[in-house]
Design a protein around this ligand. Structure first.
Ligand SMILES: Nc1ncnc2c1ncn2[C@@H]1O[C@H](COP(=O)(O)OP(=O)(O)OP(=O)(O)O)[C@@H](O)[C@H]1O
Ligand SMILES: C[C@H](N)[C@H](N)CCCCCC(=O)O
Ligand SMILES: [Mg+2]
Length: 212
């Protein structure tokens, strides 16, 4: 049985956290950000999702690693003299669905010679890919999809964040064969209310994982 999804992106700052909050709200899911970096500059994604998706504490799994510098996990950990232990990076045993959010894109170093995409393959969750809607997204989305396919990682679809661009969506669908799941327009004021509103556009977890 599919336990959840892994939310990845074509880049950092692309809308993974906003999308994760929307998915978590839509599915009444549990949220986990295993590797958080940049805590000296931002509150981190767990409190953001907790607030936006109105999470009760049992639906929020704390990060396995919470690191200060706004860098890839391997670099942020090295600066703090922390060795990332793969045994701590195992899926929590919670009721489905679980929404797991990556850090940055798929080729981000996590520890030693392990990249985020290797961790994703190990988790074996189907992937939701968040992409910007505008210029540059065709290249970044197709490259990311190619890397995921090469490793046999199941892709449920793409979520486009930002002003809707049907031509970009069509081009990515045509060249990758991966469908668009839903779009998140530019939201001027992101709030629990706007997240609840956009959660209405999300297919049910069961329809998604059984159709894939
Ligand atoms: N559709 C949107 N409308 C308005 N703001 C957005 C939208 N998508 C993303 N943003 C804003 O862009 C910023 C980066 O988005 P977000 O935090 O979701 O990125 P991320 O992909 O989760 O990055 P990270 O790799 O750090 O986890 C945030 O301030 C977020 O609120
Ligand atoms: C700190 C930031 N918000 C992300 N969590 C970390 C993104 C690392 C990206 C590394 C890279 O691709 O160059
Ligand atoms: Mg995030």
């Amino acid at each position: 049985m599919t336990r959840g999804v892994f939310v990845t992106g074509t880049d950092t700052g692309i809308g993974k956290t906003l999308t994760s909050a929307i998915l978590t709200t839509a599915w009444q899911a549990t949220y986990w950000k295993p590797l958080q970096t940049g805590l000296n500059e931002e509150e981190g994604d767990s409190p953001t999702v907790s607030r936006l998706a109105n999470l009760t504490p049992e639906r929020l799994i704390p990060p396995a690693y919470a690191l200060q510098e706004p860098l890839a996990p391997s670099a942020a950990a090295a600066l703090e003299g922390i060795h990332i232990d793969p045994d701590r990076l195992t899926l929590p045993n919670v009721a489905a669905p679980l929404v797991v959010e990556g850090a940055g894109g798929v080729m981000v170093p996590v520890y030693d010679d392990v990249l985020m995409i290797d961790l994703m393959a190990r988790f074996a969750l189907p992937v939701v890919l968040v992409a910007r809607s505008g210029l540059g997204t065709i290249n970044h989305s197709l490259l990311t999809i190619e890397a995921l396919k090469q490793r046999g990682i199941e892709i449920l679809g793409v979520v486009f964040s930002g002003k809707e661009n049907p031509d970009n969506m069509r081009m990515i669908e045509r060249f990758s064969g991966v469908r668009t799941l839903f779009t998140v327009p530019h939201i001027a004021h992101i709030s629990p209310q706007s997240v609840t509103e956009h959660a209405k556009n999300v297919p049910t977890f069961h329809s998604l994982v059984h159709k894939a």
